[in-house]
Design a protein around this ligand. Sequence first.
Ligand code: PLP
Length: 380
Amino acid sequence: MRHATVMDAVSQASSIKLNNRVYDMRANGVDIIRLSLGEAFFSLPVPSFDEFPADEIHHYSHSRGLPLLRDKLAHYYQGFSGTTVDPQREILVTAGSKMAVFMTLTAVLDPGDEVIIPEPLWVSYPAQVQLAGGTPVPVPWYVSAADLGAYVTPRTRAVVLNNPQNPSGRRLGAGELRTLHELADRHGLVVIADEAYHEFVPAGKRFVSAFEHDPEKRHTVVCNSMSKNYGISGWRIGYLIGQAGILTQIIKLQQHLVTCAPSILSYYLARHFESVLDITRPQIQRVVETRNRLAHLLARRGVSCLPGDSTFYLFASLGDSRLSSEEFAERLLAQHHVAVVPGTGYGASCGRYVRVSVGTESDERLLRGVSAMAALVEET
Ligand code: PLP
């Protein structure tokens, strides 16, 4: 069968590919310490749908999202960001933030348009840019926001940023975001801000929304999700906030690609919005504390991480190890049954790092996994 050449340019998502292997090993009875999953497991009740009329929940719903869920999301976003969101015109409920980012890219890119992606980048951004017909322009992680202008060409159309950042846990400060918006203003760029981890910020620290410096939503689209922030990644519910004009374009993609976000789960979430968050918020704080405790522990063992204090990820340096990040992850999995994700998928400047997720294992297993990792860095 002939296949489209664009698919040759796109590789599998490195983290998902690795985790599929881990699922297979576990199915064969191997006990793997999973520091590789892109989510945090929370203790949440199994939802009951008895309260909903069957003739509603089994069917398609409004392609923009259930009105009650849009109201709740608009109110919620406004609550932590201070940004006013019109639930009728400025929000779209999506099948996760992955779809939100992809639909936004597809709506704004013409063939060959360039998209600046600061590293460490989330593994799906370059592939999504290519699938949307554009050209990804990754920027090494050590380049500051102030120097991003050097990567702008007449073809540059957008910047995709992830805040807080998977895999480093870095939060962008207000100053950096202002610099980015000034760049966007100067060159007519769209800022696509993926805020899928905004709840995973240490108590007392501030998350700065990408709308803070663009309250009229002139050039910013925010993609966000309940997957991580509510601990319900399998529900596939996310949302997108932007100006009514761009949403009118994006909603066409939603209608042609997925019709609507999952209806049954949207009904449940709309009705239980606050209570789900009440259950997950304290658990989120514990995960963030664990992340920061493990970063200190690794530092004491001679393993440094890229600076960050948020999310549930650490991006750990392999220091003087002679192994590549792929070889390191392979050896750690085969010999110690500990899964981490090689850094190469996060950009060319990240080949000396591995991503460690602290969201899914007990404290005791996390310590064992992280100790095995530190020992392997030292040994190799
Ligand atoms: N954005 C980032 C930065 C992520 O790390 C992930 C998942 O790993 C996603 C988006 C996808 O999330 P969703 O489940 O909302 O599609």
